[in-house]
Design a protein around this ligand. Structure first.
Ligand code: SAH
Length: 221
């Protein structure tokens, strides 16, 4: 992708504004999330030739059997992170790069891990063309990124069979982990785990959701 491929027409902008209104109606209240969603052109992270689907509030298939998350899900997870500008955030599952771009637009310092190399390469080209500063890593995201810990927030964008302890260890005190967890590969509950101290956490079990499986040594085999 080149800089000149980064097209954002008035039609895109209008559709995006309508999508943001829809997210507000669906219960997203954080102004920093809504304004980030309003500023990130989703078409840059979306499969070519499917223009009509870009601003629908739905997940969509990308290469290698993965998906670009539903806008509502991106907004909901971003809101649950409860981050301010400058927060250091780790995302697991870069995929299209869209969720990472929304976190960047919220002013976060973003680290993102993806284990399918061609997906990471495509996302990395978009960020390069945008001139955005993001740290992308290839590998098993269930191990987190110990060399860069601690993080103020960790967001997992694939469904885990259980909460990997690595993430709790890599949170700062007061930090939040937002992760879909379920014992089926296609159905999870969103969980938010806050690290109160080195020995204490608070767990909230939230909405039902549907993510592709989190693979890797502490994920699905
Ligand atoms: N955040 C993405 C959603 C992508 S879907 C977006 O906004 O588009 C989830 C992604 O998690 C997939 O790309 C999948 O390849 C990746 N994934 C699954 N298990 C992983 C693991 N153990 N480590 C890193 N990435 C993983």
């Amino acid at each position: 992708m080149k800089k000149t491929d980064l097209i954002d027409t008035l039609i895109h902008q209008g559709q995006r504004k309508r999508l943001v209104d829809e997210l507000r109606k669906k219960g997203i209240q954080s102004e920093s999330v809504l304004s980030a969603m309003n500023s990130v052109p989703r078409q840059w992270f979306f499969p070519k030739d499917f223009e009509h689907f870009v601003y629908r509030d739905a997940a969509f298939p990308i290469d290698h059997g993965q998906t670009i998350s539903q806008p509502y899900t991106v907004a909901y997870q971003s809101q649950l992170l409860g981050i301010d500008r400058g927060a250091k955030v780790l995302e697991i599952g870069t995929g299209s790069g869209y969720q990472a771009a929304v976190l960047l637009a919220m002013g976060a310092e973003v680290y993102s891990v993806e284990y399918i190399l061609p997906l990471l390469k495509t996302a990395s080209e978009v960020f390069k063309a945008m001139g955005s500063k993001i740290q992308l890593f290839h590998g098993d995201g269930t191990l987190g990124l110990p060399a860069h810990a601690p993080f103020d927030a960790i967001v997992v964008t694939a469904g885990a069979p259980a909460v990997p302890d690595t993430y709790i260890q890599q949170l700062s005190i007061g930090g939040r982990l937002v992760i879909p967890v379920g014992d089926q590969t296609d159905e999870q509950k969103m969980m938010r785990i806050t690290k109160i101290s080195n020995t204490q956490t608070k767990t909230e079990i939230l909405q039902d959701c549907k993510f592709v499986p989190l693979k890797g040594s502490l994920g699905w085999k």
